[in-house]
Design a protein around this ligand. Structure first.
Ligand code: 173
Length: 321
């Protein structure tokens, strides 16, 4: 450091001590669990664009990278320890830290409703306590998950099939008899290509982005659950920000969460693109669909219940209408 910079730093420090309003701009380092430029990173990137535009002189975010920077299943630990300041991550990738995070995708209401009814505070609290992370925002609302297959099924019996899973689908697909293999998204294409799996769980959006349509013959309808892709800020970093910096990030969070309303249209557009790409839809009859959705809900909640019954009860009361 040269003398001028040392002097400047000393002045800035002195200023910020006496007057927090003049705190220096801070830059947070961000990583996404999903490939940059694809679904599930797009909202995060839009959020970063918003913050960098509206938070000049206050707070900025620099995106370091996607899963090539930090492996998706390690991103939770990276934000917990502060290796990463802000992560774009789904609860299914950090069950080691927040085991009841599975409850988030069982939500039947929106994140805006969860902010109103206090559920957001419960979810934020468990992230702070168990993961040392501020739960800043949630993308993915209004989008469900599907089973995608390379061979057809008649109904909700998955016995004999080997399916790629994450904790999202684990309880449901296991209850329906499937063999399960847990992998990060980056391994799905080659597992399909090798015939190591007969299908995979994935949200309604993103299959074409990843090129998986080449290896996918069927999508099973209806969808189940609600995608959760969460913005998580290392808690020490969060607590070290000024009120103004935190407020700016929260404003950006609300802005990003409003984008969730676009998901209904985006789902429809994606289904059309999947059909064009040759993915056929298998739609269960009423009895099959009922079994599918009831198993999803019941097995999903049973899994959360087995981890922490009182918390499962508290979350279910505010996530299910
Ligand atoms: O299938 C997955 O990898 C998964 O659990 C997930 C969750 C949210 C968004 C995208 C994928």
């Amino acid at each position: 450091m040269n003398t001028l910079r040392m002097l400047t730093a000393a002045i800035v420090t002195a200023t910020s001590l006496t007057s927090p309003a003049f705190a220096q701009e801070v830059t947070l380092r961000g990583v996404s669990a999903f490939n940059l430029g694809t679904t599930f990173s797009r909202e995060f990137e839009a959020f970063v664009g918003w913050v960098n535009e509206n938070g000049k002189g206050v707070v900025q975010i620099q995106i370091i990278g996607g899963p090539e920077a930090v492996p998706p299943f390690e991103l939770g630990n990276a934000v917990q320890s502060g290796v990463v300041d802000i992560a774009n991550n789904t609860s299914a990738f950090y069950p080691n830290l927040v085991p009841t995070g599975d409850a988030i995708h069982l939500a039947e209401n929106t994140v805006q409703e969860q902010r109103e009814n206090g559920c957001y505070d419960v979810i934020d609290r468990i992230h702070q306590e168990q993961m040392n992370a501020k739960y800043l925002a949630r993308a993915g609302d209004g989008m469900g998950f599907h089973l995608y297959l390379t061979k057809p099924v008649e109904g909700p019996d998955l016995s004999g099939l080997t399916i790629r899973t994450t904790p999202v689908y684990q309880a449901m697909f296991a209850a329906l008899g499937a063999n399960l293999v847990r992998t990060a998204p980056g391994e799905v294409y080659s597992a399909l290509e090798r015939g190591a799996i007969d299908g995979y769980g994935w949200p309604s959006q993103g299959v074409l982005d990843l090129g998986w349509d080449e290896q996918t013959k069927y999508r099973v309808d209806p969808s189940f659950y609600n995608v959760d892709v969460n913005l998580l800020v290392n808690l020490d970093v969060w607590n070290g920000l000024t009120d103004e910096q935190r407020a700016k990030l929260e404003e950006g969070a609300a802005w990003m969460e409003a984008l969730n309303a676009n998901n209904a249209d985006l789902n429809a557009a994606e289904y059309a693109k999947q059909a064009e790409a040759g993915i056929e839809t298998i739609t269960f009859d009423a009895a099959g669909a009922e079994k599918w959705l009831n198993t999803a809900r019941d097995a999903g909640w049973a899994a959360v219940d087995a981890i922490d019954a009182p918390l499962a009860k508290e979350l279910r009361a505010c996530l299910v209408k």
